[in-house]
Design a protein around this ligand. Structure first.
Ligand code: 3PG
Length: 207
């Protein structure tokens, strides 16, 4: 399962974290991001439209990798599977969530914020973890420190990552990719500013 996740994460230096209010925005938004060079997308399960958005993009843009974010429960795992997600992301973990994810064919990128959480997940085989909330939980210095004793884990920092600090994260040997919402901020999506989103995606893809 970790190999499956690695395949996806290695294609993505930057993963857009998306909040989609209107399912009609799903395809033009995904197309705008893919056109800009970002083809691994996380759609957060925070809106009513999220699962329909995942389903639509997964069916119509087969070259993109569509994951679900804000996966909090076994029920979210099942809903992600049904919608056709190719990976799942959680802000943290619970035993129930891990048990559900481990009986699923869809790999989970689980969230951690400190060394004990990293170790607990490592015991269960997770070599790829999301560092969340990255900036608030210590940012680049924290990840550098964790990389000393726990060098075998690679992270996707998310939360407060921006064009100003993304390069610093990506320069760390234990960072595989970063996640962030800046290239598809909610206001840009609501205003359907697809060309602007493609421009920001292009910039992000060359970080
Ligand atoms: C989130 O919680 O929405 C993600 O971690 C993205 O965070 P960001 O908006 O700070 O990029």
């Amino acid at each position: 399962m970790q190999e499956k996740l690695a395949e996806v994460l290695e294609q993505a230096k930057v993963i857009p974290v998306l909040v989609i209010d209107d399912v009609e925005d799903a395809l033009p938004l995904a197309e705008a991001l893919v056109e800009g060079g970002l083809n691994v997308l996380e759609i957060t399960l925070r809106t009513e439209a999220a699962l329909a958005a995942v389903e639509r993009i997964a069916k119509q843009l087969p070259d993109a990798h569509i994951g679900t974010g804000t996966v909090l429960s076994g029920e979210d795992v099942r809903r992600s599977e049904d919608a056709g997600a190719s990976f799942m992301v959680s802000p943290g973990t619970t035993e129930q969530l891990l048990d559900a994810a481990e009986s699923s064919d869809v790999p989970l990128l689980p969230g951690v914020a400190n060394p004990s959480e990293v170790m607990r997940l490592l015991e269960r085989g997770y070599r790829y973890q999301k560092f969340f909330p990255a900036q608030a939980a210590g940012g680049v210095p924290m990840l550098k420190s964790i990389g000393g004793p726990l060098a075998q884990v690679r992270f996707c920092p998310t939360g407060g990552v921006s064009p100003n600090n993304a390069r610093d994260y990506l320069a760390l040997p234990n960072v595989i990719c970063v996640g962030g919402s800046w290239m598809a901020a909610v206001n840009l999506v609501r205003e359907k500013r697809w060309a602007e989103i493609t421009r920001l995606a292009k910039e992000a893809a060359t970080l």
